[in-house]
Ligand binder design. Structure first.
Ligand code: ZN
Length: 234
């Protein structure tokens, strides 16, 4: 028996490894005709991210909406929107309480609020985000308790039954790679973007590149982005 009112999902797609994996996770879970993507143009220094997100949405065959938010760039003070600040390299030391300068304060709270507003207008109950609290830089808006609190606020504030999904929340980077294989995201990952320095092929030495490479190495899988760049000789 088919469901007469299939539930729709909206995926926050940045063009990075994690959100790309989540897009394919959503396609598998909700079905090709019930998934859309939203991408935020928030003044990120590396515009290549937006190109990647566009390519991946097209490859996945989903409708993509690009929403502009220029306020983070106006606020400044972080390495992802401010040209004057170089991203910190290397992983955080254990016990290091300071957030790296790649933290954009409030970013996920704002993204998910706008995404929830779009989902509301589209009749999509499910919001999917690639945030994870394991193995990362300790961004507080990527933690499960933040998402739970935000979900409650969105439900109350919009009188809706919105559900936030973070399928990568408790996965290591290696487990995320394995999930990407299971949901058929590998081709799309060859067009994804992770490097904090905005380089294609990826620079290989920034914190984001190191984390990505470590995940693929631990999963015993070649990174399709690195493979594609190598084959194209650039
Ligand atoms: Zn890099």
């Amino acid at each position: 028996m088919t469901d007469p009112t299939p539930e729709k999902a909206l995926v926050v797609l940045s063009g990075g490894q994690d959100s790309t994996t989540c897009l394919y996770w959503a396609l598998q879970r909700f079905g090709q005709d019930h998934v859309e993507a939203v991408t935020f143009d928030y003044g990120q220094r590396h515009r290549v991210e937006l190109d990647c997100a566009r390519k991946i949405a097209a490859l996945a065959g989903v409708r993509q909406t690009v929403l502009p938010i220029d306020t983070f760039a106006a606020i400044g003070g972080n390495a992802l929107t401010d040209d004057a600040i170089a991203p910190e390299s290397g992983a955080r030391a254990d016990g290091d309480q300071a957030l790296p300068n790649t933290f954009v304060p409030g970013r996920n709270l704002i993204f998910l609020s706008f995404a929830a507003a779009l989902a509301y207008t589209r009749g999509a109950r499910h919001l999917v985000t690639g945030v994870a609290q394991t193995d990362y830089s300790g961004y507080p808006d990527c933690r499960e308790n933040t998402l739970k609190a935000l979900e409650l606020a969105l439900r109350l504030g919009m009188d809706s039954r919105v559900e936030l999904h973070a399928p990568l929340m408790h996965l290591s980077k290696a487990q995320t790679v394995t999930l990407a294989q299971q949901v058929g995201a590998m081709e799309a990952l060859s067009f994804s973007h992770t490097c904090y320095n905005g380089e294609v092929p990826p620079c290989g030495h920034c914190a984001a590149c190191e984390l990505r490479a470590k995940g693929f190495a631990e999963a015993g899988v070649a990174d399709p982005l690195v493979e594609r760049c190598r084959q194209q000789g650039n």
